[in-house]
Design a binder for this molecule. Sequence first.
Ligand code: TXA
Ligand code: MG
Length: 510
Amino acid sequence: MSNNESPAGGTAVFLDRDGTLIEERGVLRRPEQAMFFPDAAPALRRLQRRALLFIVTHQPCIAQGEATEDEVRAVNDAVVARLAGDGVRVERVYCCPHAREDGCACVKPKPFFLEQAAREYGLDPARCFMVGDHPADVLFAENAGGTGLYVRTGHGEKHRHELTANTLVVPGIREAADWIEAALDLRTLLDENPSALRDAAARLRSGGIVAFPTETVYGLGASVFDERALARVFEAKNRPHFDPLIVHIADRAALATLAESVPEPAQRLADAFWPGPLTLVLPKRPCVPDLATAGLPSVAVRMPRHPLALALIRQAGVPLAAPSANPFGSVSPTTADHVRAGLGERADLVLDGGPCAVGVESTIVSLLGTRPALLRSGGIAVEEIEALIGPLEIGASVADGQPAPAPGMMTRHYASRTPLRLRPIAEPLPASVADRVGLLAFQSVPADASPCAAVEILSETGDLREAAARLFGSLRRLDGIGLDRIEAELVPESGLGRAINDRLRRAARP
Ligand code: TXA
Ligand code: MG
């Protein structure tokens, strides 16, 4: 994570304009028509610490006479100026004004502009990324030897069927930035230790247990088919054997090797949210060991959205069963340091992939019953799932027909050692307290917080995704300073707020 290497050591991120940075609204002829996605500027601020930024836009409206070159230039200038106002420096805007059928040299997916920038700015195409909502954007990078990322915003949904199977699809610019940051971290790891992934994969194949990052939390992985390694995972975590594991895969084809059947709603969910923080519970195939599923006839599967996790699973050549890499019952780890602090030497290896971008565990949906059921709220908002497949059964005690309570729904699962009390947002604090109290606040510190020994704020802007990403780290910090009590504010019960409140309520149980 060296921010001090030359502007980005030959690294650049190329960005499509319409549908990626600003909303897709047809031909734009006036600057005020450009509507930024709210995630764009914060995402680019992160990326520019490690990469040069360029915009590459295709504006056939010029060739087609729907807008003049000056009008398009004015919009591009305004986009750059608005970003500059938000602290983002765009090196240059490359614009192809031709119609696709003109056969020009500069239309995407031809990597013309990437190669030009590489010459002018000393870029290494292998360290270049392109983010866009059209398959041509992805190919633009790949044709130059770089990496293309496809966003579902803009025309993303419309053209998705044209993508090749291995294209990385992310919800939007924010998650694209998460991925690129993690990919650069992985590159740094491999620069320092070129065999890190190979070694870890070899360990996994020979019965080892390896902690690795995902976009949600760090996992403690073992080959799903190796029962002795699975037993070591339970032992290392001190986890009861009736709590089943999530199996992590790197491509869709692997799903059919684990699940007996994949009903249509499960297909739709996987299409929409994989790779990503969604776990699907499906009937299991006999090859999945009982130890992985705690004897249940079902298996929980997810495809993580983290370059290191996917590369590790591919190298290992087997799906990885992985619970969160923390002692059972404690707060899940969102950094490699958290893993080391919790598990000590009990993992054979800890792969450091930087902090987890999502920060709460995956959402778990069971597709065993007549209606899909929510088993755990998490990194994908319930609202998004319901928008796709209709209402979920909520509070279903478990996968149909199973006697045990939905595991992971166990009381006091996400606990700090310090007692934790829930408080409504902005409830006045007592004027003075004898106890040493820490406050976990959502957006701001109440004016009367002076009696608090320590305060953590989850998101000053009230962004629930940022709050989720900070939750476990903040809890750990408060837990580590010997307080008598933590007072935690509940957050709004929508989007990722549900997962946050769920974890806080569990932590508050005596
Ligand atoms: O984000 C995540 O899901 C993280 C990362 C590492 O992928 N993993 C994670 O695993 O949170 P863990 O072990 O902390 O949670 C696994 C939970 C179980 O406690 C249970 O609730 C659910 O997944 N689960 C697994 N298999 C199941 C099954 N067959 N039926 C119902 N629930 C299942
Ligand atoms: Mg576009």
